[in-house]
Structures are given as C-alpha cells and as structure tokens.
Design a protein around this ligand. Structure first.
Ligand SMILES: Nc1ncnc2c1ncn2[C@@H]1O[C@H](COP(=O)(O)OP(=O)(O)OP(=O)(O)O)[C@@H](O)[C@H]1O
Ligand SMILES: [Mg+2]
Length: 307
C-alpha cells in the first residue's frame, strides 16, 4: 500500500528535486500529514525569503522556530547565525568564536570555505532530531536545495572526514554522518513530475545521489500527476487533450517505476513512489486537510485499493 504516512516514522526527511518542481509544497504537505498523525513537526528552510510560512498563512519566520499551525513549527535558518550557534552551543567553542570567528573579516572568509555552511546545516538538523532538550520534535523535514546543490550538501560530511583532521568539528561530523546513514531515522524524498524528459533526468540523478549520499532515498513523489477526470461532459478536443496528457504521464510513470526497480535489483522492494495530483491552483493558506485530501485522491492509491 502506497501510504505516505510510512515515510513519517523517520526523524528526518530531506526533500529535494529540480527547481520549481514542488519541494516546498510537498514539505508543507508532509508536515500536515505528520501533524494530523499527532507528531510535532519542524519544517526547516535555508532560503533568502521564507516560502513555507505563507503556505500556513503565517508571517515570515526567520531564524527562530515559530508555530505556524497546530503541531507544526517553521524555521528559516540564517547561515551566519547558524554558524555562531553551532560554534557556541553545539561545539561549546564560545571563547574561540568570540575571539576569532566573530570578526567581520573572518566571517566573510568563512562564507567562502566550501562546505562549511552545509556542514553546519546538517549539524543543526541533527541537533533538532537527537540533541535538543526534551520535548524534541518527532519529525524534522528539510525543504532542501535543488538536486545539484543537494548532492554537494550530502557529500560534505564525507569530504570533511577524508581530511583526516581531528578536533570537535570532526567528532561532531562523525556523529552527524552516522545519524544520516541510519535508514530507520533519515530518508531523502525526491520530487519529480511525470514528464519523459524530467523522468529521464531523475533516473540519471538518483543513482548518483544513492551512491554518494549517506542518507538513503526513502521515496519518490510524482508531483502534478494529471487527476483522474471523467471526460463525459467535456467537448471532444478537450477530452482528447486530457487523454493525451494522461497517456504521456502514464508512460513517464512506467518509465520511472522500471528505472527505480532497475536501480535496486538486489533489494526485495524498490523505492516507493507516491503521487501528488495537479491541483491547478494552490490556495494560500493551505486548508488544514489539504494534504490528506490530495494524497488520498491519487490514481495510484485508487488502483491499489481496487485490487
Ligand atoms: N501539485 C501541484 N498542483 C498545482 N500547482 C503546484 C503543484 N505543486 C506545485 N505547484 C506550484 O508550483 C510552484 C512551485 O512549487 P514549489 O514552490 O513547491 O516548488 P519548489 O520546488 O519548492 O521551488 P523552488 O525550487 O523555487 O524552491 C508553486 O507556485 C506551487 O504552488
Ligand atoms: Mg521551494
């Protein structure tokens, strides 16, 4: 059964996919589903301007957790603030930070060190999942970067560990890496759409991600899947057009299913696929039952139930 709630048993979900594909909408939907299941959820962004808060009708949240709906908090991390907190709170290096890293010149240098901000983002997620004082969030969801940047994010811990350095940052990176590699606790959710070209990019990218990321791919979401429409009331050309769209989406979905199965030949089941239908217009704020309604209205779930 393709029940998206099976994703939500994890502690950390990292959402990624091409730019503009529906990562933020999916993050909000997963948040709603988890909250409806009684979990306390933190949705994390790392962008110049909040995209999540408006979906919950909230004002922009910025660099501190804010409740945007029952059981749902949002946080938009600021890289500089995150660096300060990471050094002083998590690594316990307040003196080092105050004497060296707080200087403006050093700060601009830090911004240019590849991977440092990424490392601290992953550290922050780990903190919320495993170290923050109780009661912790049951689930943290990162509205992640687009594919290429996301791959760099996920390869950062291994790159740092290969430097063979020592010290608190390395010890912390080891802990974060072990956490990210825990399949029961962490998973990547990849968003794509049922169009042949995009699916072919997806099938090119996912094996690279699977090979290089410590975190396993927990599932793929096919966003903007054409809804199952009754065409009886539509005039001929419109019905034909919709039928053609549905046909090409079905072909792209089959291509994805086969490609994912081929990616995992040794495992008993391949990566699960969920569908999120094209809703035409996404209302802001989202109604509280938005995710519950659209996840259960998918063609795949209906077909599953009919079996
Ligand atoms: N299933 C859908 N039905 C209709 N519109 C959708 C659907 N999914 C996403 N959209 C719309 O597509 C646009 C992009 O979605 P979203 O912001 O979630 O993508 P994103 O991957 O987060 O983009 P970015 O890479 O810019 O952060 C938004 O206007 C959103 O409302
Ligand atoms: Mg987004």
């Amino acid at each position: 059964m393709l029940d998206p709630t099976q994703l939500l048993s994890r502690k950390l979900l990292l959402v990624t996919g091409k730019g503009g594909i529906g990562k933020t909408l999916l993050t909000a939907c997963l948040g709603q589903l988890a909250a409806a299941a009684g979990k306390r959820v933190l949705l994390v962004e790392y962008v110049a301007c909040d995209q999540l808060a408006p979906l919950f009708g909230a004002t922009l949240v910025g660099h501190s957790e804010r409740t945007v709906a029952p059981n749902i908090d949002c946080l938009n991390l600021d890289p500089t603030e995150n660096f300060r907190e990471y050094m002083t709170k998590y690594l316990g290096q307040r003196v080092l930070y105050d004497t060296i890293f707080s200087h403006k010149v050093v700060q601009s240098f830090i911004k240019t060190v590849p991977g440092l901000a990424e490392l601290m983002l992953l550290g922050r997620l780990y903190y919320h999942c495993e170290l923050a004082p109780e009661p912790r969030y049951d689930l943290v969801i990162l509205d992640g970067f687009a594919s290429g940047h996301f791959l760099s994010l996920m390869t950062t811990p291994a790159a740092v560990l290969h430097t063979a350095l020592g010290g608190p940052l390395i010890r912390e990176t080891e802990r974060v890496s072990a956490f990210l590699a825990d399949r029961d606790k962490c998973g990547i959710v990849y968003v794509t759409i049922p169009e042949a070209l995009v699916i072919s990019e997806t099938l090119d990218f996912l094996p690279r991600l699977a090979a290089q990321s410590p975190t396993a791919i927990a599932g793929v979401v096919l966003n903007r899947t054409p809804p199952l429409l009754s065409n009886h009331s539509l005039p001929g050309p419109a019905a034909d057009y919709l039928a053609r769209i549905a046909e090409s989406a079905a072909a792209a979905t089959a291509m994805l299913t086969e490609g994912l199965a081929a990616m995992t030949p040794h495992e008993s089941s391949s990566t699960p696929i969920w569908t999120l239908p094209e809703v035409g217009f996404v209302p802001e704020p989202l109604p509280a039952d938005f995710a519950a309604k659209i996840f259960t209205a998918t063609g795949q779930d209906k077909a599953e139930k009919a079996k």
